[in-house]
Design a binder for this molecule. Sequence first.
Ligand code: LIP
Length: 260
Amino acid sequence: MDVSKILAEMQKAMRRAGERILQAHDVLAEAKTDRRNVVTEYDRAVQELLIRLLGEAVPGARFFCEENDRHDDLGAEDLFIIDPIDGTMNFVHGFHHSCVSVAYSRRGRIEAGAVYNPYVNEMFTAIRGGGAFLNGRPIHVTDAPLSETVICFGSAPYNPELTGETFRLAQRAYETGLDVRREGSAALDLCSVAAGRAGIYFELRLSLWDYAAGSLIVEEAGGRCLRVDGSALPFDAGRPSVLAGSKSCVEAFLELAGKS
Ligand code: LIP
């Protein structure tokens, strides 16, 4: 099936999922590994809805998802990588800043990505080689120097051993840029970079479903997406750090982080 048709099916399914998120009420958090790593009945329900709809649209498709340990083969012919609600902590506490993130890969290479924020009806999309879009309008990373940008970061709350380094980098970023933001959704932070709203986003530990779609959207918006040490971002079940931004902002960040 043509990738553009698959992306269209992704967006249809994600909008259905977004309706579920907007209709949520009495959201109860369940601790997965600890008090900061939570899941809700809505995460599971949205994931099952996406699996059903995308499985109907692309018969035989496989899935690599955050919930219920649904981790099919990453080298599959047709694979969807799903974070049903990215920014679950925001969702539980009513911050209205969460999204659905879906990437499509073919034989181990991401070919399309979409990130949908239902609270503000923003659909970010990209097809490899085809550019990046917000609600159908082209987007591009900022051409401003790092010192003239807002910098987003994630606090890797599941990994308290990373707190010191995270906030050391955040302070350096704060001293260098205009200000910092910890907005609570990795996928939306990546899209803020792609849309030129933020110069950089970094987080010291993420899962593939957090960054698969957003990393392609950043690259197709003219940016770079890599590890914070400057090495290539993997496509596997590991939990790497992530650094995203324009070429010049990434180079400036690597220097301030003492990694260049
Ligand atoms: C979250 C990310 C966030 C990160 C959290 C968690 P979830 O995804 O969006 O940036 O700091 O540790 O990974 O769990 O809400 O899908």
